[in-house]
Design a protein around this ligand. Structure first.
Ligand SMILES: NC(=O)c1ccc[n+]([C@@H]2O[C@H](COP(=O)([O-])OP(=O)(O)OC[C@H]3O[C@@H](n4cnc5c(N)ncnc54)[C@H](O)[C@@H]3O)[C@@H](O)[C@H]2O)c1
Length: 264
């Protein structure tokens, strides 16, 4: 059931790769709630072509941008404001990739060039996105910027490898840029730590099935689905959450709290 929560709101959604992606579900939900937005992904991911199906369903267009390229991002924000016909009210950063995880490198044998790539793509890109938004003056007051994180940013989670460091960087950037954007523009910046979710990025982590099942067992309502994450993100984009900024929010049915109480 739609409630017009985002009626008249404009935004950019990064990271819809296929129908399992959290960004994909968010785009569908945001569209249902009345938003207009641009979809974007790295040029290499766009070659799959799937995102065009989503763009059609959401009556929008795709503007390619590698989230590590400042030039791509400046172009993305400038063009999005033009295409959508006004400044933006929301941005979703739903981006993650580690070459070390992809190539199954053990944590004691990391390739450091790849490690820096992981940090750039999955962490520093959040800064680049917000810097491009600021430099192009693309955000409306009370706009909302959300990035997706994981509990490994804060707790020991060996299988998450160098992605744990990338998520720690991401959450730290949310604190620093959140402060800056709140003061200059009343723009809100938050991260949402999501339950293990069966997506391309999620399933690429070694032992994913084991920690998916473990989290499923420990979270008293089961793992939170990508659909529920999408709903949460839409609420974070809406006027109901104007007083939220620089929070690490959780969409994991208290799994992270249970880890603490069990001294895991
Ligand atoms: N799936 C999980 O278990 C889980 C849990 C917690 C947090 N997250 C986070 O949720 C977010 C979305 O991931 P997902 O699970 O939907 O997987 P996904 O694989 O569907 O999405 C990851 C996206 O990142 C994009 N990407 C990679 N490199 C990029 C680049 N250089 N520029 C622009 N985009 C790039 C990919 O093309 C892809 O669309 C990520 O930040 C991920 O770390 C996922």
């Amino acid at each position: 059931m739609a409630n017009n929560l985002l009626k008249g709101k404009r935004g950019i959604i990064f990271g819809a790769l296929d129908e399992n992606s959290i960004a994909w579900k968010t785009a569908l939900k945001a569209h249902e709630e009345g938003a207009s937005f641009i979809l974007t992904n790295a040029p290499i991911a766009l070659r799959m072509g799937k995102i065009n199906e989503l763009a059609k369903a959401c009556n929008t267009e795709v503007i390619p941008a590698d989230a590590t390229s400042e030039e791509d991002l400046l172009n993305l924000f400038t063009r999005s404001v033009e295409v959508l016909g006004g400044k933006l009210d929301f941005v979703l950063h739903s981006i993650g990739m580690s070459p070390n995880v992809r190539k199954d490198k053990s944590y004691g044998d990391l390739n450091y060039d790849w490690f820096l790539k992981t940090l750039d793509i999955s962490g520093v890109s959040f800064h680049k996105v917000m810097q491009a938004a600021e430099k192009t003056d693309a955000m409306n007051e009370w706009g909302s910027i959300v990035a997706l994180s994981y509990i490994a940013a804060q707790r020991s989670f060996p299988d998450y490898s160098d992605m744990a460091q990338a998520k720690a960087v991401l959450e730290s950037i949310a604190r620093s840029y959140g402060y800056r954007f709140a003061k200059t523009k009343k723009v809100r910046v938050n991260t949402i730590s999501q339950s293990p979710t069966k997506t391309t990025a999620g399933s690429g982590i070694s032992g994913f099935d084991v920690f998916y099942d473990y989290a499923q067992m420990m979270s008293f309502l089961g793992n939170a689905s990508a659909e529920y994450c999408a709903k949460y993100i839409v609420v974070m984009f809406s006027v109901f959450t104007h007083m939220y900024t620089i929070h690490y929010l959780f969409n994991d049915i208290a799994y992270s709290t249970i880890i603490l109480s069990n001294n895991f």
